[in-house]
Design a protein around this ligand. Structure first.
Ligand SMILES: [Zn+2]
Length: 254
């Protein structure tokens, strides 16, 4: 195996930084998206104050409402274009120097689910949801996956239920849960320190390269362990398997 010859990188998608890479590079959220978002908010507020159509009561929309509606949809498609442009640019940047990308298996539905009312993380979570949608992580992920695989590389999804990138030390494998506010990883055992997101990306890369101490992967943590998918084998995937997959799929002659 020559994993050093081919660039291999772990990626952690987040809301504060859009992408944290295992080599320490961080890609920030694009500002222009937030700007467009603000504009959309403003215009849709105007729209709400104007007379909307109501077909049951046979009320026609006012011209001013229609005007605002037009503006909203124009801005929304602008935001969509910006997102897609940005995600393709970032994906091209990442896939140009890496033929192996390891990242978490995302469950966007769960992640964007609203936190329980009155629960401690509610406000935190709503902010998180907004940023998640803002970054358009799913779009970026798909673009990266597509570009990496198109170039003959491999895209590995790390089962976070077993690997727990945000809780594990990439240096010694010690696991300790973090709060959402904890932005820095500092290991109690080996004193390894690093940025939280970068560390998570490193853990994922390690797992993909097969150097994670597998004994620490499937830790039981009360109720969480019971929700784990039993169908998923514990030592699934990893670099070895990925390499075989790659060999089976012959690269198109270029
Ligand atoms: Zn450690």
């Amino acid at each position: 195996m020559r994993e050093t010859d081919i660039g291999a990188v772990g990626l952690d998608f987040g809301c504060l930084t859009a992408v944290a890479m295992s080599d320490g590079t961080k890609i920030e959220n694009p500002r222009f998206l937030a700007k467009t978002q603000r504009k959309i908010k403003k215009v849709s507020r105007q729209k709400r104050r104007r007379r909307a159509p109501n077909y049951k009561k046979r009320i026609k929309a006012s011209t001013r409402w229609k005007k605002a509606q037009k503006q909203v949809s124009r801005l929304q498609s602008k935001a969509a274009n910006q997102r897609s442009y940005w995600s393709h640019k970032v994906a091209a940047q990442i896939s140009s120097s890496n033929s192996m990308v390891a990242t978490e298996k995302l469950n966007l539905k769960n992640m964007t689910k609203k936190a329980k009312k009155g629960s401690k993380g509610q406000r935190q979570k709503t902010g998180l949801n907004r940023s998640i949608l803002d970054v358009a992580m799913g779009m970026l992920r798909n673009a990266i996956k597509y570009k990496v695989e198109e170039a003959g590389g491999v895209f590995i999804e790390v089962p976070t239920l077993y690997v727990k990138p945000s809780q594990t030390c990439p240096n010694c494998g010690h696991q300790k849960p973090k709060n959402l506010e904890e932005r820095v990883h500092q290991c109690h055992k080996c004193n390894y320190t690093g940025d939280r997101d970068v560390v998570a990306a490193q853990v994922m890369l390690n797992w993909a390269l097969g150097s994670t101490p597998h004994g620490t992967c499937g830790v039981k943590r009360g109720s969480q362990a019971s929700t784990d998918n039993p169908k998923e084998p514990k030592n699934c995937g990893g670099w070895k398997q990925a390499w075989e997959m790659k060999r089976q799929k012959p690269r198109p002659n270029s």
